[in-house]
Design a protein around this ligand. Sequence first.
Ligand code: DX5
Ligand code: ZN
Length: 224
Amino acid sequence: MDKDALKLAPSILAADFARLGEQVAEAERAGADRIHIDVMDGHFVPNLSMGVPVVQSLRRVTRLPLEIHLMILDPDFFLDDFTKAGSDSFLVHWEGNNNLHRTIQHIRTLGKRAGVAINPATPASVLEEILGDVDQVLVMTVNPGFGNQRFIHTTLPKIRRVRQMIDQNKPGCDLEVDGGIDANTAPLAVDAGANVLVAGSAIFNASEGVAGAMKRLQRCVLAG
Ligand code: DX5
Ligand code: ZN
């Protein structure tokens, strides 16, 4: 894969929240494509994270697109507020959404990029009828809810399958992976067909710093 085709989406869940603006600025200078913001409600996933005020604050310090990964019940209730705060795209889960098509149309009405996310136990086939309506697919490579978990290797055949579906039916749709992405697993995910890497701890908890960690991720993928 060439350098321009690979996109990095640092996930701020692993950032130092006391220095969030600085860390996002560093990621921007180092060539991040977008900032990935994980929103959790303690119900859809067994954890809490952040909400609209964080997006509002970050909107003032970065020009990068802000991508909102909604791990919440009833995502529709929050789309308007997140949009007003400055969000650029939304990833909503297939799981637990009885009206996914409506949610995706809502995002489109707001003029934002729409993506659908699937958990490790969810088959690629559920994407068939919604792929035509989305700009991105997110294949979770861990069970959502926490940072710094181990990459689930059995998701690799699914990533390949989604890549085939995209190439055949929706060329240009981004294929993102999220969870346990580091210098060892990134090349496997890219080889399977991912073109957007979400990474939290591999970027924000790295001893070499944000920029060094991003360069390392890029290098290990481009060397393959
Ligand atoms: C997990 C979140 C991820 C998380 C990834 O539910 O969706 O975006 O921040 O963290 P790492 O890269 O540390 O596995
Ligand atoms: Zn995420």
